[in-house]
Design a protein around this ligand. Structure first.
Ligand code: FES
Ligand SMILES: [Fe+2]
Length: 340
């Protein structure tokens, strides 16, 4: 399958992994996730070595999983420690164990060669579990290839058309972008800085700012999985101080984890962390509802696009313009990662 391998992917939110057995397919690999009694998240191949019964449909005995079909019993390293009807456990009775790391409230899994996993290479999103921010989040299944979601998120001019009345205003599509690619670090930056712009309902209602705003959208994409949108909203004319102090602005850190499920389906994890109205539960509920609506608007559009692409012959020639610079850079980087 055409995925960048030897990469870390977000498999779940930390809060999803607990006493239960969570089944999730990542880059075509079925995995079962759970948490040991001492709190460690575990990921094992979700196929019993005996007759392939999904371990996620089985049950736990302490930190072990007992296969629900004939009882092969696995420890958290994937080693089979008991089989029915005989004392001797075959030496090869084990299921692959994945490297799993919990960081910034996310459960990351390594897809690739076992000996190449380096947890230090996982990109950070510290807002998600910082006491200075409040985060709302969700995950929507997408019936489209992950590349379409990358395209979508790298070019926010679509907000004006697809998300009018939520986050889109005329200024988004009308303002040119700047794009920078850091090949060494493997990061793509796309910035759009809007001055004296209309405040969309998403921010007017949540920040309480009345009137026009200066709105910055600074994208930082760490292919393949982590997408950060640093969003700065302030009444027009409120600039960061010369020392960089920007405490009079509102900040929303919008995070997406783009995780391929199969070649044509994707886990679309979305999070909105904010440093304003921290104690206001109504703002949390509003942002959660609004962002979910926005994500579903994208999901609907991308699901439609996937059907179009699946039905047409290879080699369709797209036409790209300036707004696509970031998306094209991301495609090139992903292609290189996939070929490696
Ligand atoms: S399939 Fe798991 S024990 Fe038989
Ligand atoms: Fe969108």
């Amino acid at each position: 399958m055409a995925f960048p391998r030897n990469q870390w992917y977000v498999a779940a939110y930390g809060s999803e992994v607990g006493d239960g057995l969570l089944a999730r397919t990542i880059c075509g690999e079925p995995i079962v996730f759970y948490r040991t009694r001492d709190g460690r998240p575990v990921g094992l191949a979700d196929r019993c070595v005996h007759r392939r019964y999904p371990l996620s449909a089985s049950h736990r005995d302490g930190d072990r999983i007992v296969c629900g079909y004939h009882g092969f019993t696995y420890d958290p390293d994937g080693v089979c420690v008991a089989v029915p009807g005989q004392r001797r456990v075959p030496r090869t009775a084990r299921v692959p164990r994945y490297h799993v790391v919990e960081q910034d409230s996310l459960i990351w899994v390594w897809i690739g060669d076992d000996d190449k996993a380096d947890p230090a290479a996982i990109p950070r999103a510290p807002w998600l579990d910082s006491p200075d921010y409040v985060t709302v989040r969700g995950m929507e299944p997408l019936a489209a290839r992950y590349e379409l979601l990358v395209d979508n998120l790298m070019d926010l001019s679509h907000e004006t058309y697809l998300h009018a009345g939520y986050i889109g205003t005329p200024e988004v599509a009308a303002t040119p972008i700047t794009t920078e690619v850091d090949e060494e670090a493997g990061v793509i930056y796309v910035s759009r800085r809007m001055k004296d712009a209309e405040c969309p309902p998403f921010y007017a209602k949540s920040t309480g700012i009345e009137g026009r705003i200066d709105r910055w959208q600074d994208i930082e994409y760490h292919p393949p999985c982590l997408y950060l949108l640093h969003s700065r909203i302030a009444p027009t004319g409120v600039e960061p101080g010369p020392d960089g102090d920007d405490s009079r602005a509102c900040h929303a850190e919008i995070v997406y984890a783009i995780t391929p499920e199969t070649e044509t389906t994707t886990h679309d994890f979305w999070m909105v962390a904010r440093d304003f109205a921290l104690d206001d539960e109504e703002v949390s509920a509003f942002l959660a509802e609004s962002n979910r609506t926005v994500v579903l608007q994208d999901v609907e559009a991308l699901n439609l696009l996937e059907k179009v692409i699946a039905a047409e012959p290879e080699g369709y020639q797209e036409l790209s313009i300036n707004i696509d610079t970031g998306g094209l850079a991301a495609r090139r980087m992903l292609q290189r990662m996939t070929a490696r």
